[in-house]
Design a protein around this ligand. Structure first.
Ligand code: GLA
Length: 381
């Protein structure tokens, strides 16, 4: 994204130069799926697809923001926020919970644009939320606290927009570092930046399938995990080790499988971080593959297209491992590929997937990007 283009759009609309430009990325999860709402571990990375906002603060409480992609604007008053419909609900929700937490906000004039594919499971909504939080931090002059901003953004998504997500997407967008994945403890929100293996590429494979009713299936999985935690007598499944899990029996068959996924997935994340530290890309790939099997057979959140694209990916030379990523039921898979094989890999997977499914995949070779940041302008904190 050229900040020049964004500046020009702002100028065309507001007749002045913007004072700030902020950016917040989408994310892909490398491993640790459906573990965040079990107080567990995740390993996402911010991708080089993001949302940008150019803004100038106002002296009153009005927010006037234009979506360049949708070609519409939204105007609202920070002192009388009420729920409505559409893209600006993410912005209003973040504003509402920032104020509720005690932040004093100024209004702003802004234009917004983004290139995170929508609805693909790459957290375009978290990118909008964190870009909004970053815009308010710059415009209203308060310090950036990644974990706090992620929590507020999650609250906006849960209680304003009404989507029951965990904390992973918002933390990945808020706290990631260029060139690294984010190893996050979803209970404490402590994190470390884990180095990505050298000579390898992270490739996102969008199946182009989208499934409705994801929300209800997602909530059903959450309820099953809570049921398992109650049965084990712990706060969350994070508190059950693989050994403890194997010693116990008597939980219903389906809930046992759900719990097994979460418990083994947490162990896989810890092992993946170790593998990354020592540069063992083979092992990392194996963990990707094992994660997919667990999500397919135990957690049952894949669909046929995801299974097909993962198999197409895994059977290519140069592929260390592949798995579905995100909530599942459609959307994207992620593959770890030898850098030199990347071009061949993307061509071969696209062709093989088209042959087997009749569908066209979108493929993104991704770089790990920086979390939410101020791209232009001086923070006045
Ligand atoms: C969605 C949610 C996340 C997480 C994943 C599954 O992306 O937004 O919080 O639960 O599903 O790992």
């Amino acid at each position: 994204m050229e900040t020049k283009t964004l500046e020009q759009s702002f100028s065309a609309y507001f007749n002045a130069k913007p004072e700030f430009i902020v950016r917040a990325p989408g994310r892909v999860n490398l491993i640790g799926e459906h573990t965040d709402y079990n107080d567990g571990f995740v390993l996402p990375m911010a991708i080089d697809h993001a949302v940008w906002i150019a803004l100038t603060p106002r002296t009153d409480f009005t927010v006037c923001i234009r979506s360049l992609d949708l070609d519409v604007d939204s105007v609202f008053d920070l002192q009388s926020l009420s729920k409505g419909e559409g893209w600006s609900e993410y912005i209003k929700g973040v504003a509402y919970f920032l104020q509720k937490t005690g932040y004093e906000l100024k209004g702003f004039n802004a234009v917004m644009t983004g290139d995170v594919p929508r609805g693909a499971g790459l957290s375009s909504s978290a990118a909008v939320e964190l870009a909004t939080a970053r815009a308010f931090a710059a415009g209203s002059g308060f310090a950036w606290d990644a974990a706090q901003m992620a929590r507020i953004s999650q609250k906006a998504e849960n209680d304003w927009v009404g989507v029951n997500c965990g904390i992973m997407d918002q933390m990945a967008s808020a706290a990631s570092r260029k060139g690294y994945a984010l190893f996050l403890d979803c209970r404490t929100l402590e994190y470390q930046h884990a180095p990505l293996p050298e000579n390898s590429s992270v490739v996102i494979l969008d199946t182009s399938t989208r499934r409705g009713l994801v929300d209800s299936a997602y909530n059903e999985r959450r309820n099953q995990c809570e049921e398992a935690a109650r049965w084990f007598g712990v706060k969350a499944l994070r508190d059950v080790s693989v050994d403890e899990f194997e010693k116990r029996s008597g939980l219903s068959e389906v809930v046992t499988r759900r719990a097994r996924h979460v418990i083994t997935e947490n162990a896989r994340v810890l092992e993946a971080v170790q593998a990354m530290k020592v540069g063992d890309v083979q092992r990392l790939g194996e963990l990707f593959n094992a994660s997919h099997v667990s999500l397919r057979d135990d957690f049952e959140v894949t669909n046929e297209a995801l299974n097909q694209i993962v198999e197409c990916a895994q059977s290519q030379p140069g592929c260390y491992g592949a798995r579905m990523t995100g909530a599942g039921f459609g959307g994207c898979a992620v593959a770890l590929v030898h850098a030199e094989s990347t071009q061949e890999f993307t061509n071969a997977v696209s062709a093989a997937y088209r042959k087997i499914s009749g569908l066209d995949a979108s493929v993104y070779v991704c770089k790990a990007s920086e979390g939410a940041s101020l791209v232009e302008g001086e923070n006045r904190t």
